[in-house]
Design a protein around this ligand. Structure first.
Ligand SMILES: *Cc1c(COP(=O)(O)O)cnc(C)c1O
Length: 434
């Protein structure tokens, strides 16, 4: 983790306006984008087309686990692309087998299916659950309110937020939402049709809310009693971001029941490829007396690009670097240090800040409601949007989550000086609001 020297600024001829114009004319306007046009990056820094630098604490929404333009990722891309980029899943190839082995080794005995995104990884889990329940006529999957599971049709049906569903009815049937971290509500919601419960280990889009130990253990017990699958969406909270491979491993650390706890399926994406698109789900070897890992037999599930040699070679390199450089430990220690400082800010500026939340390098700073912050009370912008925009002006990228939370999901190799720099600028914005 050495000092990064910014490259020289490029020659500019209002590329900003030109690129925005290309979008306005040609790109489906489904995203609410910030007014930044980014050109390149290095480590936790990115530069816009005008040559202005930013400290990236958003990590491409928890994706760029090794930062931008990581030379080892570049080398893995070059090496593998000179050998084999794609062959289809009609054949075997080594990188896919090795990556599956690596995931299994970090999780538990089971098998892995590769997809291209988080939503697709979750689709695989829905199909696994339906196939598992098929012969007993059960199909329903319970998911949490405020959850996020992706933007496919089944993904928005699974997601516990009205805003993603609106206008796309009729919804895919077979999903029902339960309040998060409420075990009694989960138990009460189980119907004769329920076959699985799917939750995020830490709700990301919902505002950085970790599942409690009691909730995790209680859901496992409930699923065991009712012969249901416990599924975890680890797309955002997984891949060492919490200091352990999976957030539930971190949550249950030191608990006597930790060793016995395992979900039946886990979806992944985001940090897995460090920026190269890849998703996956892991399914447990055996549970409820069934070989769960073999439920999706030949012909039941597929995707053309799933687990290409190129994607898998990059994901293997990401694993290598995280392990070699102790980045799980960095996420844990630096994350703890950042959170302490955020907590100090919460205590110093109670009129602006409500809480600091999260684990490792998956953190959220919760602001007070807009109405109670005098300088924002008369505007119409959400506090989170205001703060993220103001941070852009001061050279820091963060991610809003709902109306009141600003998320930090930086690269796992973020350094302490970088974190300190970001925190000082965040505090400046908070002070302005106070
Ligand atoms: C981002 C995300 C998804 C969707 O992943 P895509 O790659 O955008 O399809 C699903 N679940 C969670 C928890 C996520 O954060």
């Amino acid at each position: 983790m050495k000092e990064i020297v910014p490259p020289p600024p490029p020659i500019v001829h209002n590329q900003h306006a030109e690129i925005r114009e290309l979008y306005a004319r040609n790109v489906v306007p489904s995203y609410g984008r910030f007014d930044l046009v980014l050109a390149r990056g290095l480590g936790s820094r990115v530069w816009d087309v005008g040559g202005r630098g930013y400290l990236d604490l958003g990590g491409g929404i928890a994706v760029c686990s090794l930062g931008h333009a990581n030379p080892e990722i570049t080398q893995a891309l070059i090496d593998q692309s000179q050998r084999l980029v794609h062959v289809s899943n009609l054949y075997y190839q080594e990188p896919q087998g090795r990556l599956a082995e690596r995931i299994v080794r970090h999780l538990a005995p089971g098998k892995v299916f590769f997809s291209n995104s988080g939503a697709e990884a979750n689709e695989g889990l829905y199909k696994l659950a339906r196939k598992f329940g098929h012969d007993s006529g059960r199909f329903e999957i319970l998911t949490a309110m405020n959850s996020f599971h992706g933007r496919t049709l089944a993904g928005i049906a699974a997601t516990g937020q009205e805003k993603v569903k609106k206008g796309f009815e009729p919804a895919v049937p077979g999903f029902r939402h339960i309040p998060y971290n409420d075990l009694a509500a989960a138990r009460a919601a189980v119907s004769p049709a329920t076959i699985a419960i799917l939750i995020e280990g830490i709700q990301g889009e919902g505002g950085i809310t970790p599942a409690t130990r009691e909730y995790l253990l209680g859901l496992r017990q409930l699923c065991d009693e009712k012969r249901m699958l416990l599924l975890m969406d680890s797309v955002q909270c997984g891949h060492f971001r919490t200091g352990r491979f999976q957030s539930f491993q971190r949550a249950l650390e030191g608990h006597p029941a930790a060793a016995g706890f395992l979900p039946d399926g886990v979806s992944m994406a985001k940090s897995l490829g460090g920026g190269f698109p890849i998703g996956a789900f892991w399914v447990r070897e055996e549970h409820h007396g069934v070989r769960l890992c073999d439920i999706l037999g030949p012909g039941t599930h597929a995707t053309t690009y799933g687990g290409t040699p190129l994607a898998c070679a990059v994901a293997l390199k990401v694993f290598d670097v995280i392990e070699r450089d102790g980045l799980a430990q960095n996420a844990r220690e630096l994350g703890e240090w950042i959170k302490c400082d955020l907590q100090r800010m919460v205590e110093t500026y109670p009129s602006v800040l409500k809480s600091a939340r999260g684990v490792g390098l998956m953190l959220g700073l919760e602001f007070q409601a807009r109405e109670s912050i005098p300088s924002l009370a008369h505007g119409d912008k959400a506090v989170s949007t205001h703060v993220v925009n103001r941070l852009h002006e001061l050279g820091v990228l963060t991610i809003p989550s709902g109306l009141q939370v600003v998320r930090l999901l930086p690269a796992l190799n973020l350094t302490k000086p970088e974190a300190q720099e970001g925190l000082e600028i965040i505090e400046r914005v908070v002070r302005e609001l106070a």
